[in-house]
Design a protein around this ligand. Structure first.
Ligand SMILES: C[S@@+](CC[C@H](N)C(=O)[O-])C[C@H]1O[C@@H](n2cnc3c(N)ncnc32)[C@H](O)[C@@H]1O
Length: 388
């Protein structure tokens, strides 16, 4: 089958160079004799069918034979005959390999690879390599490049993927991110309602969230009818896989399998948020503070915006505990220290970048985790306004 495919493609390339009638007859004969054309030719079927159609209908002009000496070819087209003989099929196959990878998984890396390979093929040659598929590929690559330029993370496609052992290794099931644990946290409903109420005063609103698997807050935000766009991220690959199939099916949501650290480290992007809800399930730490600083420094926040944060109240590292102690030395109750220190740390950073900050809420609450476990949580809501 592979041989037949190579044979017919070689004949087609020879015919393109020579316009030889005998070659044309062989192409038509061979093509007509193929029982399962699609299977033998794969993607090339369209190119070959087009050639056969033109041969049969006498649509080829002899003058346009590629290697005619009187042909006024551009410099890089001169090497075409060598290219055809040596690695024409190789280049084309390589390109389609990258292209198929991208179609199977539309990740930024795969988009980058397919665009890069396309660019590495000399311009004058592309037309001959892709034959009848040339226009389609050219347009597709142009679109991908636009996508890359407008959004460095590119749009994810939401094809079904297998949960691989690699993903499971990178995931931390059984901790706080199982579907059941994420879903049934009753006091979280009050927090979501509170934020939805605040969000009403931003119209239209662009929000950044950690949606988990349920997209409950995001669904209600969409239903409030003032939502321009939502960007969601999820660091855990397994949670991401489940979550993406549970996304509200609307166009104005983008969802990425990435950490907050990587997301806000981007210096070039087109995001600008009115609402940032970093609904962490882990404890407060200084790395998270750095993430917030990057979000401001790299221009992700509007001049007037809301920042909400949720942390687990416990398991902080010693450097954080030390700050709690220093800031609130008399405080025996650690929760009181959390309610003071965490918003103040965020406030300091925002103020450093010219914002006035009002702490709208600093609250400790208990969240049920499964049937018999409750975890203390800290919820902080801040209103930021750029100083004039
Ligand atoms: C508490 S859940 C989100 C719940 C959701 N906001 C809600 O209202 O139901 C937090 C999610 O964010 C993910 N996550 C935690 N830390 C993250 C980080 N640093 N970057 C990206 N995702 C993170 C977790 O894996 C989890 O799925």
């Amino acid at each position: 089958m592979v041989e037949l495919r190579e044979k017919i493609l070689n004949l087609v390339s020879l015919f393109r160079k020579t316009r030889d009638k005998e070659v044309a007859n062989q192409i038509v004969e061979l093509y007509s004799s193929l029982k399962d054309k699609k299977n033998v030719l794969g993607k090339e079927i369209y190119a070959v069918a087009g050639v056969v159609f033109r041969i049969k209908n006498n649509l080829y002009s002899e003058k346009k034979a590629i290697n005619k000496p009187e042909n006024n070819r551009k410099k890089n087209e001169v090497e075409l005959s060598t290219l055809f003989e040596n690695n024409y099929l190789q280049i084309r196959n390589n390109f389609y390999k990258f292209y198929e990878q991208y179609r199977a998984e539309r990740t930024p890396e795969n988009i980058e690879k397919v665009c890069q390979y396309y660019d590495s093929i000399p311009n004058g040659v592309k037309k001959y390599i892709f034959t009848d598929d040339y226009e389609r590929i050219k347009n597709r690559i142009a679109k991908l490049k636009k996508l890359k330029a407008s959004n460095p993370l590119c749009k994810e496609n939401h094809k079904k993927q297998k949960i691989t052992s690699k993903m499971l290794k990178a995931s931390t099931p059984g901790k706080t991110n199982t579907v059941i644990n994420l879903s049934y946290r009753l006091e979280k409903f009050e927090i979501r309602k509170y934020l939805l109420e605040l969000a009403k005063s931003y119209s239209p609103i662009s929000a950044f969230t950690l949606p988990g698997t349920e997209w409950i807050f995001e669904r209600d935000l969409l239903l409030q009818n003032n939502c321009k766009s939502i960007v969601g991220i999820e660091v855990d690959p397994v949670v991401y896989e489940f979550s993406k199939h549970n996304m509200p099916p609307v166009k104005n949501i983008d969802f990425y399998n990435i950490s907050d650290k990587e997301f806000f480290a981007q210096e070039k992007h087109s995001f600008l948020f009115d609402l940032l809800w970093l609904d962490y399930m882990g404890q407060f730490n200084f790395q998270r503070l750095q993430v917030f600083e990057n979000a401001i420094k790299n221009g992700f926040l509007k001049d007037e915006c809301l920042v909400a944060l949720t942390f687990m109240g416990g398991r902080e590292t010693s450097d954080v505990l030390e700050v709690y102690q220093q800031t609130c030395p008399k405080e025996k109750n650690m929760h009181e220290a959390r309610k003071t220190v965490i918003p103040n740390k965020y406030k300091e950073i925002a103020e450093k970048y010219g914002y006035e900050v009002e702490v709208l809420k600093a609250q400790v609450y208990k969240e049920e985790m499964g049937a018999c476990k409750a975890v203390p949580m800290v919820f902080i809501a801040l209103q930021l306004r750029k100083r004039k």
